[in-house]
Structure formats: structure tokens, C-alpha cells
Design a protein around this ligand. Sequence first.
Ligand code: SAM
Length: 285
Amino acid sequence: MITAYSETLHKGYGQTFDVEEVLFEQQTDSWHLIIFRNPVYGTVMALDGIIQTTQRDEFVYHEMLTHVPLIAHGNAKRVLIIGGGDGGILREVCRHATVEHVTQVEIDQAVIDMCKAHLPDHSAGAFDDPRVNIVIADGVEYVNKEMDDKFDVIISDCTDPVGPGEVLFSSRFYEGCKRLLNEGGVFVAQNGVPFLQQDEVITTRRRLSPYFSDQSFYTAAVPTYIGGVMTLAWGSDNTALRKLGLDELNQRYEKSGIITRYYNPQMHIGCFGLPQYLLTALEEV
Ligand code: SAM
């Protein structure tokens, strides 16, 4: 019986969680999946030694990866989620009354099933929302299929660029996403913690910027994504979407009627400010 779980994402540095109880552990087709209880963060899920989400701090990441693009877009009706098997992004997307349809493409049904069972508050019933269509497939194959479906916002809530998640940081994936976006659409993606994974941000700039005239990043401070703020990648063809003023954002936020715990219009504006070391590194790309 394990009594502690150490994250192995970074060589030579990491975080360790006391394990009060292992709720689920399995080697699936894609990876080693474990869900356990920790006295500080509640229920924690990890895939292949990398912390994916925790009960206590998940709202930070799920609110910022969802509400920044949807409120910036202003009238998103069709949303595509890649990954996101824990259901946190889906829960937040479904809180937008303007959204009429959500397709979620997740590679591993086991992640959905186990998170429904052991992290029910993440999806909070969103998987049963009549607007939602769940597809079990590899996200890169899905976005490169011939289909008429188009979307207003695409959210890539993927694992880190190792194993099955690696393809979701490829040019082929970004090209497919661009093709599926409607005019005025927005693409956002999880892009790691720049203080420790700066090369991943630089790679995204190189691979994503050929498809969008406005390719940038924004940040969120997620406690269990260690090493400082997390960067979230942004792609759109309308720079104005990233530069909405506080009054406009306040109006849209109030009109949405969504009660949040991290996202708010001030955070929306502030999150596009990037640390100088990252700006300097991006200028060299
Ligand atoms: N919030 C986490 C983070 O920032 O690292 C990500 C959480 S979510 C659990 C990551 C999801 O991506 C998992 O459910 C995993 O199954 C899914 N995933 C990984 N590679 C994928 C792929 N190629 N296609 C679709 N889903 C994928």
C-alpha cells in the first residue's frame, strides 16, 4: 500500500503527496492511471507520474482555459474540447448559455469513467448535458478527418507532450484545428509551466504561429502545476479578441451569469501579461 506519491515530470525536482487512500489504479492502453486521496488537495489524479488534476485547485485551470476564450469570443455556439477526460473543461463550457453544441474528443474512456466515479465534481453531470457529444479517439486524427463540422472555440486540455499527448503539440494537430475553426474562432491549449518547460512554449510559438495571425500566451497560477505560472497557448486571427477592455469584459461576465472562483475580468486582462524572460525568449523565435 503506497503512502506517498512523487511526481516525476521534472528531472531532479518534484512534489510529493501523502497518500491517505488509493481510490483507483490501472495500467490502461495509454498509460498508468492513479487516483488517490491527499489531506491537502483532496482527490488527485495522475497519469504516468504526472499530476493531471486535483479536487482542490482544478477550478483555477478549468476556469481560465474555458472562460478567457469563450468570453473573449463573445458568441461561441459550437465548442470542441480535445482531451479533458476529467470533465472539468466540459463543466465550465456547459455553463455558457450561448453554447449550443460541444464535441469532446478523449483518447481514453477509462479516464472519463474513473473521473466520473472518483472526481464527480469535475464534470458535475456535464457528460449528460444534451448539448454534449463525446468521441473516443485520438485528437490529432479527429481534427484531420474530412468533416463539415466547424467550431467557434477549440480547447486542447491535453497531457504534457509525452506519450499519447505528444501529437497534440504537433503542426499536424494545429493545422487540423485551424481548419475546423469558424471565422473569428479561438484556439487555446495547455502549454506547461514556462519556468521549467520553456522549450515547450517556444516549440508552440514555432508550430502554431504559421496558422494564426495572433499567436500568444496567457497565464494561470495553478498550485499543483509546480514551478510558477502555467502558460496557456492562444491562437486567433483577430488581435482585438485579446485586447477587450475592462468595461466590455465586465458586461460580458455579468451577462454570462457565471459565478467563478478564479476567473474575473481583471484576471482576464492581467493574464495576457507575460514575464519578461518569456517575452525575450519568444522574440528570439
Ligand atoms: N489539466 C491537465 C494538464 O494540464 O496536464 C490535463 C488533464 S486531462 C486529464 C488530459 C487528458 O488528455 C486525459 O484525459 C488524456 O486521456 C487526454 N489525452 C492525451 N492524449 C490525447 C490524445 N492524443 N487525444 C485525445 N485525448 C488525449
